[in-house]
Design a protein. Structure first.
Length: 437
């Protein structure tokens, strides 16, 4: 029986570990002790796996068990694994350069326990060639084993969509690959045994890497296009959403909407492809142009809000603003690379006092990552709303909806508005707003 070790138990690793654990003995390994304790208690703070589903596969040990999930931070628990699947994040640094540090460290961890015949599969998004050029040398150096002689590798890019309860990991077709044709077949068979949507075996690891990185680059470029349209139509005093709705009546029109492009994939992956292209002597124009435009949207939103405030005679410096949402997408607690913080930074440059309310975000994580105060409940920033009191909440000069959380769909904004309050809807979900992106 194959034993699988999943390295990294975040938004990608945990759902995958849970799925494999329905058929195989699986060790979910993570260096974060708090994360391990949380999962062992049967709770997932990322909300990707429900407590009921997680608890159904959890085991305290894997001795003589045909399947199940053991969550551990002890390397001794992964020593006898035959498959190692690496699912750590691949971020960019402050200069938007790929940061492979988590990948290097994960490879070092695997290298310490790697044995002859083992297969190491990477799921982290990288540029074409990274697995064989960056990760394999680390495995060889630490283990003392020879690649494609003593151990083998595969690449199967993650396709997790955080917060999406319909397109779960087993329902999304999986691209697979291996370092040799035979290993490719083995990797494909492993995933095919649990992925109900099926698999696609790519001819090489580099092809699989390239396929993943262009998926999100393509989406990034398409969103950049509609973001540029939004800027143009705003100058022409035309409703962008109405234009897109009309154009969308054609069968082959792509239904993209303007917005802030953040998160751990779309806002990051194009930089990986761009760097590899530049190393090969080609300067990517469309990819980087799309990135520049999308990265400019936070400041653009802030400027539009300020213009509306000035038109209504509101004094900008010292104004009070309520920001609804700070996660990178709706109905999800993930705050990684959220572009809402760009809006906050730009608003503060105008001297605006920003109060952030997000029922999905972890205030401690927001404070740690961005040094911002975030309220998970309205009563925490408005104690006057506590049951039993007489609600007379603070009035805001502006309210900006940044994330389309379901809680905001029917939120009554009237108690927080004064006569001139500006309401700006980034996501186009409110029944009434002064402007939309």
């Amino acid at each position: 029986m194959n034993k699988i070790a999943i390295i990294g138990l975040g938004y990608v690793g945990l759902p995958l570990a849970r799925l494999f654990a329905t058929k195989y003995p699986v060790v979910g390994f993570d260096i974060n002790q708090n994360r391990i304790q949380e999962l062992r208690s049967g709770t997932d703070s990322t909300l990707e796996v429900s407590d009921e589903i997680l608890q159904a596969v959890l085991v305290e040990d894997l001795n003589n068990k045909p399947h199940g999930l053991l969550c551990s931070a002890d390397m001794n628990d992964i020593k006898d694994a035959t498959y190692f699947i690496v699912t750590v994040p691949t971020p960019v640094d402050k200069n938007n350069r790929p940061d492979l540090t988590p990948l290097y460290k994960a490879s070092e961890t695997v290298g310490k326990v790697l044995k002859k015949g083992d297969i190491v599969i990477y799921e982290s998004t990288v540029y074409p060639g990274a697995t064989e050029e960056e990760c394999i040398p680390v495995l060889e150096k630490v283990s003392g084993l020879q690649f494609n002689v003593d151990f083998f590798a595969g690449y199967s890019p993650e396709r997790i969509n955080p917060g999406d309860k319909e397109h779960t990991v087993e329902k999304i077709l999986k691209v697979t690959s291996g370092s040799t044709p035979e290993i490719g077949q083995k990797v494909d068979a492993l995933y095919k045994s649990v992925i109900t949507a099926g698999t696609h075996l790519a001819p090489t690891i580099k092809v699989a890497e390239a396929a993943k990185v262009i998926e999100n680059s393509q989406r990034d470029i398409n969103i950049a296009f509609v973001n540029e349209l939004a800027k143009i139509f705003n100058l022409l005093n035309i409703d962008t959403h109405a234009v897109l709705e009309a154009a969308g009546t054609k069968w082959n029109f792509l239904p993209f909407k303007p917005g802030l492009v953040g998160g751990h994939c779309i806002g990051v992956d194009p930089y990986y492809l761009a760097q590899k292209a530049q190393e090969a002597g080609y300067h990517p124009e469309i990819i980087l142009a799309g990135r520049r435009l999308n990265d400019s949207m936070g400041a653009y939103v802030a400027s539009q809000v300020v213009k509306l405030m000035i038109k209504k005679g509101i004094t900008v410096n010292g104004a009070q603003l309520l920001l609804l949402g700070i996660t990178f997408k709706e109905n999800c607690p993930d705050v990684r690379n959220t572009k809402i913080v760009d809006v906050v930074a730009a608003l503060k440059e105008y001297g605006i006092q920003v109060t952030i309310y997000d029922p999905w975000a972890n205030p401690e994580e927001v404070k740690h990552e961005y040094n911002l105060v975030c309220h998970s409940e309205l009563t925490s920033c408005h104690p006057e709303l506590v049951s039993g009191s007489h609600p007379s909440p603070q009035k805001y000069d502006a309210i900006v909806l940044g994330v389309a959380h379901k809680e905001f769909l029917n939120l009554n904004l009237e108690p927080f508005k004064n006569r001139n309050t500006v309401v700006y809807d980034v996501k186009g979900i409110l029944k009434y707003s002064d402007a939309q992106l």
